[in-house]
Design a protein around this ligand. Structure first.
Ligand SMILES: [Ca+2]
Ligand SMILES: [Ca+2]
Length: 112
């Protein structure tokens, strides 16, 4: 099995969804029963967008773990507050035509 490249991306917005949050630190995790896997950290750009790349093997701890269960921890640069999002269970995304990379787009993610 090839060790696929995986990309999680999205846009961090204010709680009411009205404006993008730039400069926010976004940590991406795969939720597991005991210790969740930290998959990477990025900082949002001026339009609130972030992108984190990892490998299939980074979240896969056993043959039964086929898809990552993604959640984010987002640190708001203005308030200093950290928000833990809900979990996207067994997330899958769009696979490139040549199978080289899978992109999982979370869309707009509101944080306080
Ligand atoms: Ca998991
Ligand atoms: Ca895992």
């Amino acid at each position: 099995m090839p060790d696929y490249r995986e990309v999680v991306k999205g846009r961090i917005v204010s709680k009411d969804g009205s404006r993008p949050l730039s400069g926010a630190q976004v940590s991406v995790y795969d939720k597991d029963l005991l210790a969740s896997d930290h998959l990477g950290t990025a900082v949002t750009d001026s339009s609130g967008k972030f992108e984190v790349e990892f490998r299939w093997s980074d979240f896969k701890d056993s043959p039964f773990e086929d898809r990552p269960d993604i959640f984010l921890e987002v640190k708001n640069p203005v308030t200093g507050e950290t928000t833990k999002t809900g979990v996207w269970d067994e997330l899958s995304g769009d696979l490139a035509e040549d199978d080289s990379v899978e992109v999982m787009d979370l869309g707009d993610v509101p944080v306080s």
